[in-house]
Design a protein around this ligand. Structure first.
Ligand code: PAF
Length: 284
């Protein structure tokens, strides 16, 4: 059984029933979870999902529980109609776009919390962020029943958290990833890039340049994390850019390491670029 034209499903119950029907017909389901405002980076995830064969479901849900009280939930870009078109052009079979009310009951009180990886890096400055991510992904996985779920490596810590959750809770979904999709300047694609004007976007490319400087030092044989971190911080810092963290981590777990293991380490960073919080990373 295939899906002829792209289906748009709003109701979790309808999505769950459709997924059940697909499973009964031995169809493989691949989920691309997104918060919408889709860009080329998201579309590369959809492409990868299509390569999996079977049915490709893109979820579009701006998840309130992963935003802190002073974060950009209210102003996060929402553009469902153009997202639907982009998914259709990319050959997605289903877009699942529920409302917050349909996902979270008024007396919702059950959260999924990964406690180790989530406490580091972005978790330090966004204390409940990953709890929101793991909770909504558990909900989405329960509804969509994906065999495979695809994530972008820009959110490398999120990938590590999700892989740990899937392992710890014996979830029957395989997590696959797609490399970071960059603008021509090197700036990692993000829905939040649209908060910047073209000049700012160009300026924000200094984040990737700083990561490349860290990689250059590592490639030259240096395994000293403090030296690499200092070089990245020095390279990225200017009047507009305030470092939130630069860490050298294990590329699989995203946990900080004391010495670089070439090919198995990552430089991860988050900065305030003006009013915008940006993250990026590079394998070393
Ligand atoms: O990476 C994202 O866009 C979100 O964190 C996700 C995985 C869709 C969960 O809301």
């Amino acid at each position: 059984m295939g899906v002829k034209s792209m289906k748009i499903i709003r109701s979790p119950k309808e999505m769950a029933e459709f997924a059940k029907e697909l499973k009964a017909n031995s169809q493989k389901i691949t989920l691309v979870p997104t918060m919408g405002a889709l860009h080329e980076g998201h579309l590369s995830l959809v492409k990868k999902a299509k390569e999996e064969g079977g049915i490709c479901v893109v979820s579009i849900f701006v998840n309130p529980t992963q935003f802190g009280p002073n974060e950009d939930f209210a102003k996060y870009p929402r553009q469902l109609e153009s997202d639907f078109k982009a998914c259709e052009n990319e050959g997605a079979d289903v877009v699942f776009a529920p409302s917050a009310e349909d996902i979270y009951a008024p007396d919702f009180s059950t959260y999924v919390n990964e406690e180790t990886i989530s406490a580091n890096l972005c978790g330090k400055s966004r204390p409940k962020h990953f709890r929101g991510v793991t909770t909504v992904l558990t909900i989405l996985f329960n509804i969509v029943k994906p065999d495979v779920a695809i994530f972008g490596e820009k959110d490398a810590q999120q990938v590590s958290v999700v892989k740990r959750m899937v392992r710890d809770l014996f979830m029957d979904t395989e997590i696959k990833t797609v490399p970071i999709y960059r603008e021509e300047s090197g700036l990692a694609m993000s829905s939040r890039n649209r908060y910047m004007d073209p000049l700012e976007r160009k300026g924000a490319a200094r984040i990737y340049k700083a990561l490349c400087e860290g990689k250059r030092i590592s490639d030259s044989g240096c395994t000293n994390v403090d030296r690499i971190k200092a070089a990245v911080i020095n390279s990225v810092s200017n009047a507009k850019t305030r470092v939130i963290y630069v860490e050298i981590v294990d590329s699989e777990t995203s946990l900080p390491i004391s010495e670089v293991v070439p090919g198995k380490s990552r430089i991860s960073m988050a900065v305030w670029y003006g009013q915008i919080r940006l993250i990026d990373n590079i394998l070393i």
